[in-house]
Every structure is written in C-alpha cells, then in structure tokens.
Design a binder for this molecule. Structure first.
Ligand code: GZL
Length: 313
C-alpha cells in the first residue's frame, strides 16, 4: 500500500499518520510505503508516480488541496491501481478516478461550531450585541478549510450584528496561526470578540499571541473567545482550562476505515463511494450542551479530564 500523506503540520496529522502506520503494519500483513509531502502537492504527485512504478496494490491519498489530481489519478487508473482518498476530498472531472473516499463532513463541523457560538452568546445575554469575529483559516483549498470557512461565513451572514473583522490562512500550523493573530491584533485588537481557528494548532498559536498582546482568552465579555477544531489531546486540555471555549471534533483515526475498504475490495465486494465519519464537539462549560443543524441534534459535551484520559488521541 502506497500512502501519500499531506505532511506533519499538526497534532491531528500526527494522529492520522500514526493510525495509518499502526493499521498497515507488517504484523497485520501489509507493506506500507509512506511518503510525507511536507504540504506540497508536487511532492504528492511524485509520490503517486513512484507508487505506480513500484506497482503497489493500492494507493491511499490524503490530498493537501482539492484540485490538480485528474492527470495523476488517470495514470493510476491506467495502471489498474485502485486509489482511496482519505480525510480531505479531491475535486475531479470524473469520480471514477478514485474508488472510495472516507473523511469528515467539514461544513457540518463549521455549522456545529457556529450554532454553539450563537447559543452561547444568547445564553450569556449577548445575543443582540455587535460581535466582531476573526477566522484563522486552514490551508486554502483544503476541504477542511473550505467546509469550516463555509460554516463560518454562512453563520456571520445570518446575523446582522456579527461582523468578520479578518479572514486569513494560518495554514493549519501553530507558527503561522500565531503570526497571523499577531498581525490582526495590531490592526484591531481592541475590537475582537471571537477568534475561530480552523484547527487546534492555529488556536495554540493564536492564544499565545492574544496573551502576549495583553488580552485575556475566555468566554466572558471583555475576553477574546477562542474556538477550534480537531479535539486533539492538547486542544481538549486547553478547552478544559477554558482557553478554548469550544473544540469541534475532526476524527483522524482513519487507518481502520481505510483497511475495511481495502479488505472489501480484496474480497471483491462493493464499497461506498463516500463515507463520512461521525463526530462530536466539546466545550469548556455546560452553557450549551446541544445544537440542532437541519433538524438533527448534536451534543456539545462539557470536557472533563476523564474524557481526555479516555480518548485514543
Ligand atoms: C481535517 C484535516 C486538517 C485538520 C488539521 O480532516 O485535513 O488538516 O483539521 C490538519 O489539523 O492539518
């Protein structure tokens, strides 16, 4: 199995890589050829061509961004090698260019987070207050960024008392998240009410920048409310401390899911073209414990140390 991984940009990515490596181990009967593309699409294209040359049985691709895959996926198809897409999505002209995709519903993640924010501010008596928001986006063009930004933008649109002060990519990394937050704070620090970080590592950087600029993070009026995605161990630890007020899960444990697809293909069985993983959300307190999106209820669980200790990542 040839696996082209985005990189090692975040705690989420590390957990995702670990899940794939522990699943596709020699003990489990696999030979995994792993490539870390360092968040560069050209490296992924090279890796896939190498996998084709090595005549792997399956190619697993975690695409850094959605576009630019048609040619190389056609080469894999011509070589008769099934391609499984994991995590982010590819935007191709012909979906026969990949066999299956398993990942998250990123727009739903954004909708859940913003529904929580709406209910949280309402519960705090701030439902009619002018709220200024900052969106530190993920890697531009990555499905996780596209979906989470859509969820953010649609919610801001729906509230005439909410304003987007700044929207800039933090590239899913802590360093870039801090750098972007620093520059936005310089421009409009006193006006910021909410910072929506599109992953935990950006949130870690943003929180450092906010504190260094002399502001407080937290859910009370006068503090900067920081939201995040990924619910990594470190992210949930900062949710428990109240520095992150809402952390929406994006589950990285795709190894077993990809293996199930491969085992079905080996057995000549049909596989779902797309499979979404179920995900939850956590908050620093119990102000809001449920949100409803398109008629479906989603729990928002107040985080505890026990929950953190019991989680796989
Ligand atoms: C989401 C994944 C994103 C994570 C980030 O499935 O693509 O990439 O949210 C990671 O932490 O870098």
């Amino acid at each position: 199995v040839g696996f082209s991984q985005v990189g090692a940009e975040s705690d989420w990515r590390t957990a995702n890589t670990e899940s794939m490596k522990s699943t596709f181990s020699e003990d489990n009967g696999y030979e995994l050829i792993f490539d870390d593309a360092q968040q560069k699409q050209e490296n992924q294209l090279t890796a896939i061509r190498n996998f084709i040359q090595q005549e792997v049985d399956y190619i697993v691709l975690a695409p850094v961004t959605e576009t630019g895959w048609d040619t190389v996926l056609q080469e894999a198809k011509d070589a008769g090698i099934p391609v499984i897409i994991v995590d982010r999505m590819v935007d191709v002209s012909d979906d026969s260019l990949y066999t299956a995709w398993v990942g998250s519903n990123f727009k739903l993640e954004g909708q859940k987070a913003m529904a929580w924010l709406d209910a949280y501010l309402e519960a705090k008596g701030r439902g009619d207050e002018e709220i200024n928001l900052v969106d530190i986006q993920g890697t531009i063009g990555a499905s996780a960024q596209i979906g989470r930004t859509e969820g953010f933008d649609e919610a801001v649109e729906a509230h005439d008392n909410w304003t987007t002060l700044a929207q800039q990519s933090g590239e899913f990394t802590q360093a870039k998240g801090q750098e972007v937050m620093e520059s936005i704070l310089k421009q409009s620090g006193d006006d910021i009410d909410v910072v929506y970080c599109e992953n935990d590592n950006e949130a870690f950087g943003a929180i450092d920048a906010i504190k260094a600029a002399g502001y407080e993070v937290g859910g009370e009026e006068g503090q900067i409310l920081v939201m995040s995605f990924d619910t990594t161990n470190a992210g949930l630890t900062q949710t428990l401390s109240g520095e992150i007020t809402c952390d929406t899960e994006c589950n990285p444990l795709h190894g077993p899911r990809v293996e199930e697809i491969i085992q079905k293909l080996e057995a000549g069985e049909d596989v779902d073209k797309q499979a979404f993983v179920d995900e939850v959300a956590f908050a620093s307190d119990d102000t809001v414990t449920k949100v409803t999106i398109d008629g479906t209820d989603y729990d928002i669980t107040p985080i505890t140390q026990e929950i953190i200790d019991g989680r796989a990542y």
